[in-house]
Ligand binder design. Structure first.
Ligand SMILES: [Zn+2]
Length: 111
């Protein structure tokens, strides 16, 4: 486990309800903001993103309903992940800090 890397350790996590974003400050001083809908499309749970033979139910969707992309709360899971709770009750997606940082690097969300 290398979860203690400063690049994947948040020092602050803020749910920005007005901006509809989840904002991270990382221990290496970088910041990244994630749009709620951006995160919802990337929900890593087995139902959304698939597992084994099952491709996941987001694969065939072209749009999401408003209650699916409204984040109502966020829970910390240990020291390695966050779990958003969405308006429609969906709460099985664990977004690890490492994966969130990787998304930020890949999609140029870092400042
Ligand atoms: Zn999901």
């Amino acid at each position: 486990m290398t979860e203690t890397s400063p690049a994947s350790t948040p020092t602050d996590i803020e749910m920005d309800t007005r901006g509809r974003r989840l904002r991270f400050v990382w221990a290496d001083g970088r910041r990244s903001d994630y749009d709620w809908e951006y995160l919802r499309w990337r929900c890593p749970c087995a139902t959304c993103s698939g597992e084994g033979e099952f491709a996941g139910e987001l694969k065939d969707r072209t749009e999401l309903q408003p209650e699916e992309i409204e984040m109502v709360d966020i829970e910390l899971v240990g020291r390695y992940a966050v779990k958003p709770i969405w308006r429609n009750g969906h709460d099985t997606g664990l977004y690890t800090f490492r994966n969130l940082r990787a998304l930020a690097e890949m999609d140029n969300l870092l400042s």
